[in-house]
Ligand binder design. Structure first.
Ligand code: ADP
Ligand code: MG
Length: 253
C-alpha cells in the first residue's frame, strides 16, 4: 500500500529533525493509544519519553566506546568477599560519581591481580552512565603517545583532547620506568588535570617507590603533591584474584 503524502512528509520531517525513535514508534504507539483512548498529549508524551530514553542510551554507549576500556568490567561482577581489605563503602560512594564533579582523584594501590584495573574500569563505566566523558589508558601507553605527539609537534592538540575529558584513568603506573622526557610529559598531564579533570591512577607501587619509575625526586614530589591534594585512596592488599582463581580451577580438575 502506498503511503499517504502526509505520512511521507511526516517521516521525512522526523528524519530531518533527527527523531529516530519517533519515526520507528509513532505508528505502534499511536495504535496503542487509540485502543486505550489516550488523548493527544499522552500520545506525544509517550513518544517523547521513548526518544529521550533512546537518546540517552545512545549517548552513554558512545561515551563507553570513546573511553576505550580494555575489557568492559562493572561492579556487578566484582566480588568484594575476595578482597576483604578493600574499603567497600568508599568504592560504593565513588561509584556515585560526586568526586568527578569535585575534580577529585582516586588512587588504587595494590599488588598485581587484586582487581585494580577491574575497579578503575567499573568506576569509569559508572561515570560514563552519569554523562561524564571518560578516557582509559595505560600510563605507559599515554607516555608513548605523548612522546609521539611531541615528535610530531602535535602535543597541544593531544592536551586539548585530554582537557575535554571529565575523568582520565591512568592504569598501571609502576611496571615500566619512564625516560626523563616521558616522566616530564606525564607530569605535564597530571599538572594540567589538577583541579580541572579527575584522575584515577592504579599502581602497584607505594609512594616511596614512585621515584624509581619517574626518575627525579623533585618531579615525583611535585607530581604527588598535585595528584594527592584531593584524593581518595583505595588499597587492595589481598591475594591475587588471578592466582586464587587459577588454583581453584586446578583443584577442580
Ligand atoms: P590488577 O589490575 O590489580 O592487576 P585486575 O583488575 O586486572 O587486577 O584483575 C585480574 C583479573 O581478576 C581480572 O579478570 C579481574 O576481572 C579479576 N578480578 C580481580 N579481582 C576480582 C574480584 N574481587 N572479583 C571479581 N573479579 C576479580
Ligand atoms: Mg591492572
Amino acid at each position: 500500500m502506498n503511503k499517504a503524502p502526509s505520512v511521507l512528509l511526516l517521516e521525512h520531517h522526523l528524519k530531518a529533525l533527527k527523531l529516530p525513535t519517533f519515526l520507528r514508534d509513532y505508528a505502534s504507539v499511536g495504535a496503542g493509544c487509540s485502543q486505550e483512548r489516550a488523548d493527544y498529549p499522552t500520545y506525544l508524551f509517550r513518544l517523547a519519553e521513548r526518544e529521550l530514553i533512546d537518546r540517552e542510551r545512545r549517548a552513554t554507549e558512545r561515551r563507553i566506546k570513546a573511553a576505550q576500556f580494555p575489557v568492559l568490567k562493572t561492579i556487578e561482577t566484582f566480588d568484594f568477599a575476595a578482597q576483604p581489605s578493600l574499603n567497600e563503602p568508599l568504592v560504593r560512594e565513588l561509584l556515585r560519581g560526586e568526586y568527578v564533579g569535585k575534580k577529585e582523584n582516586v588512587l588504587l594501590v595494590g599488588n598485581p591481580g587484586t582487581g585494580k584495573t577491574h575497579l578503575a574500569t567499573a568506576l569509569g563505566y559508572a561515570a560514563c552512565t552519569q554523562g561524564k566523558r571518560v578516557r582509559f589508558t595505560t600510563t605507559t601507553g599515554l607516555v608513548t603517545q605523548l612522546l609521539e605527539h611531541r615528535d610530531e609537534r602535535t602535543l597541544q592538540r593531544c592536551h586539548k583532547q585530554l582537557e575535554r575529558m571529565d575523568l582520565i584513568l591512568l592504569d598501571e603506573l609502576g611496571y615500566v620506568p619512564f625516560s626523563k622526557a616521558g616522566a616530564e610529559l606525564l607530569f605535564d598531564v597530571i599538572s594540567r588535570a589538577y583541579e580541572r579533570t579527575s584522575l584515577i591512577v592504579t599502581t602497584n607501587l607505594p609512594f616511596e617507590q614512585w621515584t624509581e619509575v619517574l626518575g627525579s625526586e623533585r618531579l615525583t614530589g611535585a607530581l604527588l603533591d598535585r595528584l594527592t591534594h584531593r584524593v581518595h585512596i583505595l588499597e587492595a592488599n589481598g591475594p591475587s584474584y588471578r592466582l586464587t582463581d587459577a588454583k581453584r580451577r586446578l583443584k577442580r580438575k
